[in-house]
Design a protein around this ligand. Sequence first.
Ligand code: NAP
Ligand code: ZN
Length: 352
Amino acid sequence: MYNAKAYSAASATSRLASTTIPRREPTEHDVQSEILFCGICHSDLHSVRNEWSEFMPTVYPIVPGHEIVGRVTKVGSAVTKFKPGDLAAVGCLVDSDGTCPECRAGLEQFCPNLTLTFSMPDKHLGGVTYGGYSESIVVDQRFVLRVPSNLNLAGAAPLLCAGITTYSPMRRWKVGKGKKVGVVGLGGLGHMAVKFARALGSHVVVFTTSPNKKEDALRLGADEVVMSRNADEMQKHAGSFDFILDAVSADHDINAYLNLLGRDGNLTLVGAPPKALAVSAFSLIMRNRNLSGSNIGGIAETQEMLDFCGQHNIAADVEVIPIQKVNEAYERLLKSDVKYRFSIDMASLKSE
Ligand code: NAP
Ligand code: ZN
C-alpha cells in the first residue's frame, strides 16, 4: 500500500479539498498509472452532493472522477496488455466477476458483483474505492483501456464516460444515415452525442435552453438548433424524430420531447435527474413510441468507442482546469456553464 494525493469531499455539503488516500501496490494483474487528466462528469457532482441518495447513497469521504487518462508507471507480472510508459484510460468500472451472464455478454456495468471506480467497497484494501481526482490509480488490466495516440489527452479523458454513455445507445438504436436524431442538453454528454451522431451520418438537431450555445452546437456538428423553451420552434419538429438522446441533468418536461418522436421512435434517457420525471401515457401511446434508458457501456464497447474516436479524430471540447478550481467548476456545471467538459490537469495536484 502507498499514499496518493487526491481531492475528496467529507460530506454532502463540504467543498472538495486536498487529502491523501491509500492505493494498493499493483498485484500480478494490475496496472498502475499516473493520472494525467480527469474529466468532471455531472455524476461526480450528483454523487458528491448525495443527490442520488435514494438509489445509491454516497459513502464519505468521496474521491470522485471516472474519466481518467494516464500513463502507466508499473505493471504486475501477469499483465500483457500494458507496459510502463503506455497511455492508459479508466472509466466508471474497475472490477466485475467476469463470469456472470452480464459479464459474458460484455455488459460488465450490470454485473451483480461490479465495482465502480469510486464509492464502492474496495475488495483489496477495505473501505471504498477512490476515483480519478488523484495522482495515481491501480486497476486490473481487464478494466484498463487503450487511448488512440492521435487524440488530445485532456479531450480524450471525457470519452471514458461522456463518450461511451452517448455512443452505446446510438449504436444500439442504429443511429446512422437517413435518421433524424435529437440531442437534448448541450453539456458534457450532449456535445459528445452531437459529435457521434454527426460522425454516424445522421441529421442532428440540438435542443438547448442556452441561447449562447447555438453557434457552438452548429460548429460541433448539429444541422439545426432548437431553443427548447420556445414552443413554436419545438412544434415545428412534432412527430419527426427517429431517435432522441436526453442528456439533461435536472428536472424537465420529457413529454415535450416524446411528442417530437415519429412512429416507433425512441427516446433514450442518459441524463439522471434525481427527481422522477412525469410521463404522459399519451406521449407514448400515440405513434407507438418507446422510452428507454442506457447505462454507460461495457469494456469491449468502450474500447470500440475509443478506437472509433481515434479513427474519426473525435475528442471532447474541454476547458482544462487545475484541481484547485474544482469547486468553482461544480458551481458552473449547475449553471449549464461548461464548454463542454471540464478536464482537470492532474499535474496541478503536485503543488498540494
Ligand atoms: P452537464 O455537462 O452539466 O450537462 C447537462 C446539460 O443539461 C446542461 O448543459 C444543460 O444543457 C441541460 N440542463 C441543465 N439543467 C437543465 C434544466 N433545468 N432544464 C433543461 N435543461 C437543463 O452534465 P453531463 O455531465 O453531460 O451529465 C448529464 C446527465 O447525465 C447527468 O444527470 C449525469 O449524471 C448523467 N449521466 C448518466 C450516465 C449514464 O450512464 N446514463 C453517464 C454519465 C452521466 P443546455 O444548456 O443545452 O440546455
Ligand atoms: Zn460520468
